[in-house]
Design a protein. Structure first.
Length: 619
C-alpha cells in the first residue's frame, strides 16, 4: 500500500501544476512500450519497462513473462534489477502469481546480501533501498533484521552528509535519476514514518539542486559523470527524463536514452512542491546559482580513503570522490542561456575527471546540441583502445577555470612526459593529446563570425564570443568537425550577453538583418572593452582578462583566482544559493528566500515548516 504523507500538505502543489505533472507522467509512460530492448541491457531494462506497462494497466501477461525471465537471468547489474524488482513487487504484487512472487523473493534474498562497501554512490543507495524494502517485506527472513538495520544506518549517514556537504556524483545527466527512484520507493512504501519522511525531504533536496540548473528542458553547467556532453537535452537520458517529468520544458526524444528508469517516478505519490518548480522555470532575470559538492565533515572518513584537504573554516574537507578539495560550482543563469563551471582544487587534488564536464555554455534553442565548450581530452579508464576523444568524454586534470557571472577563463597547463594515475583507473600519458578541442554545432548557431582573434556567435537566445590564446582551426577527428587549438599551454576566454529584448521589439528589420545588427553591436563592445594579459610559459601560466563592463578576472595555474583583485573565497561557498533558495555549508538547513514561499527544510530534525497563514481579515 502506498503511503499518503499527509504531513507534506505544507508543500502545496498548484492544481494546474498537478495536472501538468500528470500529463507528463502519462506521456512518458506511453512512450516506453515502443522502446527497443538491447541484449546487453535486457534484464535491467525490462524490469522498468514492466513497471511502466503495469502502471498503464496494459500487457499484464507480457509483463509477468518478462519478470519471470529476469528472475531466471538477472544479469550482472544486481542493484538496478533488485531495486526495480522490489519496487515492482510493492506496486503490483497483487497481480502476480504465487510462483512469480516466490521467484522474486528467492532472488531478492538469495546472496550478496546488500553489501554497502565499495561501488559508486548510486549503486549503494539502490542496494540500501532494495535491501530495506526486502527486509520489510519478509520480516521472518533470517537476515531481515540485520539487513534492515544495515541499510537504514547507511541511508541515514548518507542523507546526513549529502544535505550538509553535497554529493560525489553530483548533477549527472545519467545517474541523478537513480537517487530519485531509490528514495521514491522508500517514500512510497517504507512503513517507518520517519524514513518515509526523510525520503520525501531528500527528493526535495535533489530537485532543489537541479532546479537552478534547468533551462527549459536542458541540464546546464558543470557535471560529474556526464556521458553525453554534446547532447545534454536531445536524448531522454536518465537525469534528463526525470528532470523533465518534474519541471517540464522542451520534450526530449524518448526513443533515445534511458527514460524507462523514470517509470517509478511517474507512478510515485511524490510531487515536487510549487517553490521548486518555480525555481526551475523562472528565468525572467539573470541570477547566480552556486553549489558545493564532494565535501565532508572534518571528522568524516573520505571516499575510498583518499587524503583530503580541510577547508579553512575547520569544519569541512573534501570527500574525495571527484576532488580531494571538494567542488564549488557556479552558474550564470540568464533567461536564455547558462554559463556554468566548477572549481575542484589544484592539479594533484583531482581524483576522477574522466566523466566530468568542468565548464560549458548551454542555450535555449530548437537544435538539440546547443552547447559550447573546449576541453583537453581525458580518458575515463585510461585504456589504449578507449574512444574518449571521439566521445568528447572527460575534462582533463590539467584544466582550471575561473568564472565571474557571464565571463570565463579556462587555463590549460599540460605536463610533458608525466603519467597521471587517478582513482581506480589506469595511468595515461599527460601529453598524449597535446591540444584542446572545442565543440559547437552549426545547426544551433544563427550566425558565426571571426575577427581579430575572436569568434563571435549569435545563438538566438545568447550572444557569446570566445578566443583561444593559441589559434584554433577546424579539424576533422573522430568523424566530425571540431575546433582544435594545439599546444601544451593554452587558455580559452569567453564572454556572454543577452540579446537586447527591448531593442529587438523596437526593431522593424527582417530577422536576418536584426541578427547581424545584434552581433555587430556585441562584437564592437567586445573588441573595445576587453583587455588580455597572459604569460603561458613555465609551470604556472597566468591570464588577466578585463571583460566588457570593466570586471577583471585573474587566474594563475595552481595559484590565485581573483575577481577585481580580490581572491575568490571558495572555502566560504554555500552548499546551495540562488534567487529562490539558500543553504549554508554544513548547516543541514535549506530555506526559501524572501518572496519565494518561506518554506524551511531542517534536515537535522527532519521537519518542514512554513510561515503561519494570516487569518482572513487580519491583513
Amino acid at each position: 500500500m502506498m503511503n499518503t504523507h499527509g504531513e507534506r500538505a505544507i508543500l502545496s502543489l498548484d492544481a494546474a501544476l498537478e495536472e501538468q505533472f500528470r500529463k507528463r507522467a502519462r506521456h512518458l509512460l506511453e512512450k516506453l512500450p515502443g522502446l527497443a530492448v538491447p541484449d546487453w541491457d535486457r534484464s535491467r531494462r525490462n524490469v522498468f519497462l514492466v513497471i511502466g506497462r503495469l502502471g498503464l494497466g496494459m500487457d499484464a501477461d507480457w509483463a509477468m513473462d518478462r519478470l519471470a525471465e529476469v528472475c531466471k537471468d538477472p544479469g550482472g547489474e544486481s542493484m538496478f534489477v533488485r531495486h526495480g524488482l522490489v519496487d515492482c513487487l510493492y506496486r503490483f504484487g497483487g497481480q502476480m502469481s504465487e510462483e512469480l512472487a516466490g521467484s522474486i523473493k528467492t532472488y531478492l534474498i538469495a546472496k550478496d546480501h546488500y553489501r554497502l562497501e565499495g561501488g559508486t554512490e548510486n549503486h549503494r543507495i539502490m542496494h540500501a533501498a532494495a535491501g530495506y524494502l526486502a527486509a520489510q517485506r519478509w520480516p521472518d527472513w533470517s537476515l531481515a533484521a540485520e539487513i534492515k538495520d544495515r541499510c537504514v544506518s547507511y541511508l541515514e549517514r548518507y542523507f546526513s552528509r549529502v544535505v550538509r556537504y553535497g554529493q560525489g556524483e553530483f548533477d549527472s545527466t545519467t545517474y541523478c535519476v537513480f537517487y530519485l527512484t531509490a528514495v521514491a520507493s522508500l517514500y512510497d512504501f517504507s512503513e517507518d514514518p520517519r524514513l518515509a519522511k526523510q525520503a520525501g525531504m531528500m527528493m526535495d533536496w535533489y530537485l532543489a539542486n537541479t532546479a537552478g540548473e534547468w533551462l527549459n528542458g536542458r541540464f546546464t553547467g558543470a557535471h560529474s559523470r556526464d556521458y553525453h556532453p554534446t547532447n545534454e537535452h536531445g536524448a531522454a537520458e536518465g537525469g534528463i527524463a526525470s528532470s523533465w517529468l518534474y519541471f517540464g520544458g522542451r520534450e526530449p526524444d524518448f526513443s533515445l536514452g534511458e527514460p524507462h528508469y523514470s517509470s517509478i517516478l511517474a507512478l510515485s505519490g511524490y510531487r515536487a512542491p510549487d517553490v521548486l518548480v518555480a525555481a526551475a522555470r523562472e528565468r525572467e532575470v539573470s541570477f547566480l546559482h552556486r553549489e558545493t559538492h564532494d565535501a565532508a565533515a572534518a571528522e568524516e572518513e573520505p571516499h575510498d580513503g583518499h587524503l583530503t584537504h580541510q577547508a579553512g573554516n575547520g569544519r569541512s574537507k573534501g570527500y574525495g570522490y571527484i576532488s580531494r578539495r571538494g567542488v564549488r560550482k557556479v552558474n550564470w543563469a540568464a533567461p536564455g542561456y547558462t554559463l556554468g563551471s566548477m572549481w575542484d582544487g589544484s592539479q594533484g587534488d583531482i581524483v576522477w575527471s574522466g566523466q566530468m564536464r568542468r565548464w560549458s555554455l548551454v542555450w535555449d534553442a530548437d537544435a538539440h546540441r546547443s552547447t559550447f565548450f573546449f576541453t583537453h581530452p581525458c580518458p575515463d579508464f585510461g585504456y589504449e583502445t578507449e574512444d574518449y576523444v571521439g566521445k568528447w568524454l572527460g575534462s582533463s586534470p590539467y584544466e582550471q577555470v575561473l568564472q565571474h557571472k557571464g565571463a570565463l577563463v579556462a587555463l590549460y597547463c599540460i605536463p610533458s612526459g608525466e603519467s597521471y594515475k587517478y582513482g581506480p583507473r589506469q595511468p595515461f600519458a599527460s601529453d598524449r593529446d597535446p591540444y584542446i578541442d572545442g565543440f559547437i554545432d552549426p545547426a544551433a548557431v544563427q550566425l558565426l563570425e571571426e575577427g581579430e582573434g575572436w569568434t563571435f556567435v549569435h545563438g538566438g537566445t545568447v550572444l557569446f564570443a570566445f578566443k583561444t590564446l593559441s589559434p584554433w582551426t577546424w579539424t576533422e577527428a573522430a568523424g566530425e568537425d571540431r575546433m582544435r587549438s594545439k599546444g601544451l599551454r593554452n587558455a580559452v576566454l569567453v564572454v556572454t550577453a543577452e540579446p537586447d529584448r527591448a531593442e529587438r521589439d523596437r526593431q522593424q528589420a527582417a530577422e536576418s538583418v536584426r541578427i547581424h545588427l545584434e552581433l555587430a553591436g556585441f562584437r564592437r563592445r567586445v573588441l573595445e572593452e576587453t583587455d588580455i594579459q597572459a604569460e603561458l610559459e613555465g609551470s604556472r601560466p597566468a591570464v588577466s582578462f578585463i571583460v566588457p563592463g570593466g570586471d577583471k578576472l585573474f587566474i594563475q595555474y595552481d595559484g590565485a583566482r581573483q575577481v577585481n583583485d580580490e581572491d575568490v573565497d571558495y572555502e566560504s561557498w554555500p552548499l546551495l544559493d540562488n534567487r529562490h533558495l539558500h543553504s549554508d555549508l554544513g548547516s543541514g538547513v535549506m530555506s526559501c528566500k524572501p518572496g519565494c514561499g518561506g518554506i524551511r527544510w531542517d534536515f537535522t530534525s527532519w521537519e518542514i515548516s512554513a510561515p503561519a497563514a494570516v487569518p482572513k481579515g487580519a491583513e
